[in-house]
Write a protein that binds this ligand. Structure first.
Ligand code: SF4
Length: 140
């Protein structure tokens, strides 16, 4: 069943998003731009080597995947583009070739590398921490 699902997923997503079957899809948070098409397979934004004309430093014939991702996310309606600034965990290469749909259903795509959850939680906590005057507790 799983290989069949992966075949169907590939048939659907390859022509539309040039899907590379990483097994942990993040299209929903990248303006529907597959980050695995970046020559460096970066999943959290551009590398810093983007050329002045917006092309990729590795393959100048292509526009930086992340330039496209940010542009598309901005143009998406409603909340669809909001996840672009999310910190995406590193891809688990053991999932390569498997169905991200199946991995989403089983939760396999949310198994994080050791040390990552603590780091992600610390980041979330610091972002969620109230700041400014609203954080000051008024004594009674
Ligand atoms: S993020 Fe992964 S599953 Fe999603 S389109 Fe790209 S390669 Fe395919």
């Amino acid at each position: 069943m799983a290989p069949l699902l992966a075949t169907i997923e590939h048939a659907v997503k390859k022509p539309v998003w040039d899907c590379r079957m990483c097994g942990a899809c993040v299209l929903h948070s990248t303006g529907f731009t597959c980050p695995m098409t970046c020559p460096k397979t970066l999943r959290n934004g551009p590398c810093g080597g983007v050329r002045e004309d917006g092309s990729c430093e590795v393959d100048p014939s292509m526009t930086c995947v992340w330039l496209k991702a940010y542009g598309r996310a901005r143009r998406l309606p409603g909340r669809l583009g909001e996840g672009i600034d999310e910190l995406r965990p590193p891809v688990d290469n053991r999932l390569q070739g498997t169905s991200s749909w199946a991995n989403l259903a089983t939760g396999r795509d949310r198994v994080l590398p050791e040390g990552w959850s603590a780091a992600a939680e610390a980041t979330e906590a610091s972002e969620a921490a109230p700041t400014g005057p609203a954080a000051v507790e008024v004594p009674r």
